[in-house]
Design a binder for this molecule. Structure first.
Ligand code: NAD
Ligand code: UDP
Length: 340
């Protein structure tokens, strides 16, 4: 069974390659390397002792996708490729609609042309917008508050419509909460190019001296210590959820051909709790200042995990200590990311 992994050189995609190779699948990665390094795929091969195939291509290139799907006789697609920076999506919305929405449309057209009908999609908890209640269940109303979130919701809707049009299609829509951590080997991990937007990479860059201090965006939220609460999930748990989703898709038939599930732990941690946990795991101090709230942030966001347990027979296994420890292990072993 050859699985096409789009965006497989990226943070989550590279971990997913490890999990699928170790489960005995053949893997071909399509990535245009706009936010990643091909070096990550060499590391995947080192970890697994398995060979994978890499095709440098853009998901908007339908001809290239058709050629690749046919060449490797792919049976399913795991679709990570896309742009993901919320702030950038506000300043460059057309790039986001083009890459995330048009790109997925071309991918689906290429799949249709080559007779590949199974796809797992990387969506995000950001499609829920400001939570009306917690924990967030999958039937919570959607209402993304930025262009990035709207591209994710549009793709979800496109997949739902395509699934309804013909039972030959099978889709798993996975709404990620906050992926953090790295493979336990320390050989692959998150490698943000430029100033990190997300909390965990910023904390690590303060801990290793690349940045002076962390700005905590607001300490006046209605949460236990006033700082924002999120559901952080270890990236290896997250990709194991993809393997379970792939297996669940094989068992689907008829009109029961599309599911949407949250991938989170169900537990929220505040910014200050994350800093303290990271300090314990790394034995480093993380200086911080309280800064104004960041526009568009919600106070609290964490998953209801029941549907994932029922649909996928999956729940996250790794705790906050493992998330922080594995992140620090990756950073210490690769101070310049993949650029060494
Ligand atoms: P990433 O940037 O590390 O990986 C995305 C990969 O896609 C990169 O390797 C990039 O080069 C590639 N890519 C981008 N546009 C492409 C295109 N047009 N054609 C081919 N390749 C392209 O990001 P990630 O954190 O691994 O995220 C993977 C997916 O999960 C994304 O779709 C993202 O929106 C989604 N997601 C991520 C998070 C998170 O916090 N990391 C949360 C929710 C959802
Ligand atoms: N955050 C922060 N300082 C930073 C980056 C993030 O205080 O430099 C906070 C942010 O306000 C939120 C939490 O950390 O409460 C998680 O932010 P992140 O961007 O990682 O995830 P998201 O907001 O997309 O869930």
């Amino acid at each position: 069974m050859t699985i096409l992994i789009t965006g497989g050189a990226g943070y989550i995609g590279s971990h997913c390659c490890v999990t699928f190779l170790q489960a005995g699948h053949d893997v071909v990665v399509v990535d245009n390397l706009i936010n990643s390094r091909a070096q990550s795929l060499k590391r995947v091969e080192d970890i697994t002792g398995c060979k994978l195939f890499f095709e440098e291509a853009d998901i908007r290139d339908q001809d290239a996708l058709e050629r690749i799907l046919a060449k490797y006789d792919c049976t399913a697609v795991i679709h990570f490729a896309g742009l993901k920076a919320v702030g950038e999506s506000v300043s460059q919305p057309l790039d986001y609609y083009d890459c995330n929405v048009v790109g997925t449309h071309r991918l689906l057209k290429a799949m249709e042309a080559t007779g590949v009908h199974q796809l797992i999609f990387s969506s995000s908890a950001t499609v829920y917008g400001d939570p009306q209640y917690l924990p967030l269940t999958e039937n919570h109303p959607t209402g993304p508050v930025n262009p990035y979130g709207r591209t994710k919701l549009m793709v979800e809707e496109m997949l739902t419509d395509v699934a309804a049009s013909d039972p030959k299609w099978r889709f798993g829509i996975l709404r990620y909460f906050n992926p953090v951590g790295a493979h336990a080997s320390g050989a692959i991990g998150e490698n943000p190019l430029g100033v990190p937007n997300n909390l965990m990479p910023f904390i690590t860059q303060v801990a290793d001296g690349r940045r002076d201090k962390l700005s905590v965006f607001g300490d006046d939220y209605d949460t236990r210590d006033g700082t924002g609460v999120r559901d952080y999930i270890h990236v290896v748990d997250l990709v194991e959820g993809h393997l379970k989703a792939y297996e669940a898709l094989q068992a689907r038939s008829g009109n029961d051909n599309c599911f949407t599930v949250n991938l989170g732990t169900g537990t929220g941690y505040s910014v200050l709790e994350m800093v303290r946990a990271f300090e314990r795991a790394s034995n480093k101090t993380v200086p911080l200042v309280i800064a104004p709230r960041r526009e568009g942030d919600v106070a609290e966001c964490y998953a209801d995990t029941k549907k994932a347990e029922e649909t996928l027979d999956w729940r996250a296994q790794r705790d906050l200590t493992a998330m922080c420890h594995d992140t620090w292990n990756w950073v210490c072993k690769n101070p310049r990311g993949y650029d060494d």
